[in-house]
Design a protein around this ligand. Structure first.
Ligand code: THU
Length: 137
């Protein structure tokens, strides 16, 4: 089982590829699949603004495209382009809902300032009473 330090470092490396010319807010995510693979994501902005994709969703969609749909944890790091002092970057509501589609309530969301300064939340904590596939019956 991979340690969270390595997952956070992977999120920082993904952040280097962020495409964020409009906000200059660069985000990286690293999603650990049950298959042991780590899927990276960065935010990808757009001149029309609305089509912007967050780092977390980039990672989830990359994993699904690779054939993985079960996940253990995601590490998220974000901050302005030049910053060296990272603040907590929590996933937006849309990304929480996308995680809800594939992840159990005890899925771990690691919000990191550095690889030794982070907090871990469950998906249920960040999206209580989330709407999911079992509600469609
Ligand atoms: N963003 C993410 O990629 N993930 C988050 O958790 C918060 C926000 C991106 C979207 C946009 O490109 C920029 O950060 C500013 O909102």
């Amino acid at each position: 089982m991979m340690d969270y330090k390595a997952l956070i470092q992977a999120a920082f490396s993904a952040r280097l590829n962020a495409y964020a010319p409009y906000s200059s807010f660069q985000v990286g995510a690293a999603l650990l699949g049950k298959n042991g693979k780590v899927y990276l994501g960065c935010n990808v902005e757009n001149a029309a603004f609305a089509p912007t994709n967050c780092a977390e969703r980039t990672a989830v969609f990359s994993a699904v495209c690779d054939g993985e749909q079960e996940f253990i944890a995601i590490a998220i790091v974000g901050g302005k382009e030049q910053t060296k002092n990272f603040a907590d970057c929590f996933p937006c509501g849309v990304c929480r809902q996308v995680l809800q589609e594939f992840c159990h309530p005890d899925f771990s969301i690691i919000v990191a300032k550095s690889d030794d300064d982070y907090q871990i939340y469950s998906l249920a904590e960040l999206l209580p009473h989330g709407f999911g596939k079992t509600d469609l019956h």
